[in-house]
Design a protein around this ligand. Structure first.
Ligand SMILES: NC(=O)c1ccc[n+]([C@@H]2O[C@H](COP(=O)([O-])OP(=O)(O)OC[C@H]3O[C@@H](n4cnc5c(N)ncnc54)[C@H](OP(=O)(O)O)[C@@H]3O)[C@@H](O)[C@H]2O)c1
Length: 447
């Protein structure tokens, strides 16, 4: 009776009718949590995790509907089996334009009674690929590029969590505080965590690894991005210049070292940090193919790339590059006009905005430095009043409004600002406001 009751509840929440799509993510999560509560063996911490198995490639499961194809949906210790039922799942991507370019999975729960009678409850829901699912409770989500990686609309940048670029200054207090920031970000709904091998002179990745060691369950709630390719002067040998290095050897070594520091098995997304003047697309491709083949990296992208170099590298890499992380914000408008965002739109690449609040220069409370800056801050304040929010969130919402699906990477190390910025994803900026801000940001009229 209890099982029946829970099933009815799940079914009701799911829409009750075959094929109905729950229209919000929180509802999907409620359904999933209830399914898990029922499904989970009492003495184990196993969780239903639809993205971890054979659903790895979205197209792979098209139309498939078989328990055997999705073994990860069935737990060997499932109490269902003991009670004479068998539980499985099946997946097939459905096309719903409202959900963006990516697939929506439909999940079937099939159960067999001892009498051999087969029942099936089927509902469609936005089960994103991968671990980001659980923590998307309070933030809208999107897919990254053409990949199945689903993340919150804003990412959290970890460049400042160590508080310094000198790793010798990182002590237990710095680490404790940094781990607190990661927790705040997770709770606020961020699921994308942005790193680079060089941040904090490697300390940021190491601190993050410590956080995951202390809180292993956080890993499945995150999409972890890191970058490689910048090498500082005198590293690793004295006399070596500051340089960019996209050699196959360096990409492989850097990814391997990041995995060790982050204490993870797989980097979700690896970006090439800054264009190497000596970049050889074939060499880059060799590194990417190898990292993917051995399961060390799931997806790849670039950062600070001009469109022509993006195309050159993409032409050699046998799978889509999914992101270009660039400096784009109200004080840095180049990407709107130099082809970067056009290319993102054309190829379904996700742009990520680094320094989305211009390092604080256009954030709430920032002081104007000159007349043009004053005009911009005034325009932001007008919009903030209109949307009953603050200037920082206007700046973020302005980026979010672009149709390419820009993901602002919030870099604050202030818990209140991290939480507050997450609410920018709720603002839907109208075209007129967007253009008022553009006009002020340009400092001159449009032609
Ligand atoms: N791909 C690349 O080349 C590249 C380059 C740079 C950064 N990144 C990535 O982008 C992320 C974000 O960059 P970012 O940290 O420069 O972004 P940001 O969010 O624009 O700037 C954060 C900085 O601004 C300050 N700030 C924010 N709001 C403020 C306010 N209202 N008043 C005063 N100060 C304010 C923050 O101080 P508090 O900490 O006190 O809030 C912090 O120092 C980095 O963490 C990194 O992951 C990538």
């Amino acid at each position: 009776m209890r099982l029946l009751g829970i099933f009815c509840q799940i079914f009701r929440e799911a829409g009750g009718v075959k094929g109905r799509v729950p229209n919000d993510f929180q509802r999907t999560n409620r359904i999933k949590r209830k399914a898990m509560a029922w499904w989970k063996p009492s003495n184990q911490s196993w969780q239903l995790h639809p993205g971890s198995g054979t659903m790895d490639v979205p197209d792979e499961g098209r139309g498939a509907s078989s328990i055997a194809r999705t073994p990860t949906h069935r737990h060997p210790a499932s109490p269902i089996k003991n009670s004479g039922m068998e539980l499985g799942g099946s997946s097939c991507p459905s096309k719903n334009p409202k959900r963006g370019a990516g697939p929506i999975w439909s999940l079937s729960v099939i159960f067999k009674k001892a009498s051999n009678e087969t029942g099936r409850i089927r509902w469609k829901m936005a089960i994103p690929f991968g671990p980001a699912h659980d923590m998307c409770r309070s933030m809208k989500t999107q897919l990254i590029g053409q990949s199945p990686l689903r993340v919150g609309r804003l990412g959290y940048g970890c460049m400042r969590i160590s508080g310094s670029w000198d790793r010798t200054k990182v002590d237990s207090e710095v680490t404790r505080r940094a781990i607190g920031l990661i927790e705040v970000a997770l709770e606020a709904g961020y699921t994308l965590f942005d790193h680079a091998d060089i941040y904090g002179d490697t300390a940021c990745e190491s601190i993050f690894g410590e956080a995951l060691r202390l809180h292993p369950s956080w890993r499945e709630q995150m999409i972890i991005v890191t970058k490689c390719g910048i090498r500082f002067e005198d590293e690793p040998m004295p006399g070596q210049p500051h340089r960019y290095d996209f050699s196959c050897e360096h990409i492989l070594a850097s990814a391997h070292e990041s995995l060790g520091r982050l204490k993870i098995e797989t980097i979700d997304l690896l970006l090439l940090h800054r264009p190497d003047f000596l970049a050889d697309p074939d060499e880059i491709s060799r590194a990417f193919v190898e990292l993917r083949a051995v399961g060390k990296v799931r997806e790849f992208g670039v950062s600070n790339f001009r469109p022509s170099l993006f195309s050159a590298v993409q032409s050699a890499v046998p799978f889509p590059l999914i992101a270009n992380q660039v400096e784009v914000h109200v004080q840095r408008l180049d990407c709107f006009t130099d082809g970067t965002l056009d290319q993102c739109l054309e190829r379904h690449i996700t742009p990520m905005s680094w320094s989305p609040v211009a390092g604080g220069r256009v954030g709430t409370g920032a002081e104007a430095k000159d007349e043009r800056h004053r005009t911009l801050l005034d325009a932001l304040d007008v919009a903030a009043a209109k949307f009953s929010t603050d200037r920082t969130n206007v700046v973020l919402a302005w980026l979010l409004r672009h149709p390419s699906g820009i993901i602002p990477i919030v870099g604050s190390a202030n818990p209140e600002r991290i939480k507050s910025a997450a609410r920018a994803a709720e603002i839907e900026m109208d075209r007129d406001t967007w253009y008022h801000i553009l006009r002020a940001a340009r400092g001159e009229k449009l032609p």
